[in-house]
Design a protein around this ligand. Sequence first.
Ligand code: IPM
Ligand code: MG
Length: 361
Amino acid sequence: MTSSYRITLLPGDGIGPEIMAVTVDVLKALGRQLDLSFEFQEALIGGAAIDETGEPLPQETLTRCQESDAVLLAAIGGYKWDTLPRQQRPETGLLGLRAGLGLFANLRPATILPQLIDASSLKREVVEGVDIMVVRELTGGIYFGTPKGVFATETGQKRGVNTMAYTDSEIDRIGKVAFETAQKRRGQLCSVDKANVLEVSQLWRDRITTLAANYPDVTLSHLYVDNAAMQLIRWPKQFDTIVTGNLFGDILSDAAAMLTGSIGMLPSASLGADGPGVYEPVHGSAPDIAGQDQANPLAQVLSAAMMLRYALDQPMAADRLEKAVTKVLDQGYRTGDIMADNMTRVGCKAMGDALLSALEG
Ligand code: IPM
Ligand code: MG
């Protein structure tokens, strides 16, 4: 029997439409092979939505996402919209999507592929074997805390304010996801905070420590965020699963991503308590190379693999897609961001064609 899935596609801005097009072709081919039927519907988000409707997350987009089995997002943002007021910026659309779908847990794996070790800026012995999962809280912390805004003071100055806040239930639910993730991996969880300075972090640390009692098979450690940043670069292999708040997770997940050579390779999943998750590459919209057929579509394709595995419960299809990615790398195909000596440089579309052949083979 054919399994049928409703997938909302959010190509967004910059290189988004190019990498999404490749991914949809690949999913269609995979669907034909494995008798999966995808009902794709495209919706607007980010700058593309601003241009068309005046707002970065039209209600129609949110409704479509809510009604689908999973959401595949490419990337949002670009120079063109950088000077708009905050409510009309592409990033506000992305944050609205996360909040609107209740996606409090963001899973960002940083796994080094043997074929790409030399693309890392760090030494081979430091990065070989790196396999980290960053579990980032995504709908709380300083991104959403109030009060926020730019206010006039009594002395006539302007004062910009954001608030880093977490309730204990917000910490507990992301903590639970993180402990369960660590259980399925190597059983080590490192919680990252700034408890030496911030009250919100002290609460974070206390709650995570309390939760640990429920997971005797997981070894919990704590690091301050500055030290964690340093340790990630110094000896990344000490990490298995990392759990942290929204802002620290934003920063550390970029650092972890770069260990693997290119942020252009890394997928992510954003999940809520129920309802559809959003699957998207960790990288952004790369406006500098948009429309030039230079983008690396592999993080988007690997995000689709995460979607198949976690949202659609199609592990075989996910495996097949991941194997196709490994195969094209073994064959020496490289986009500019992961190019190395003696490899074959290809553009976004040609990488897509290579993936299609790899799937057929
Ligand atoms: C990310 C991005 C976003 C974030 C931006 C685009 C709002 O950097 O997904 O990491 O800060 O969360
Ligand atoms: Mg980021």
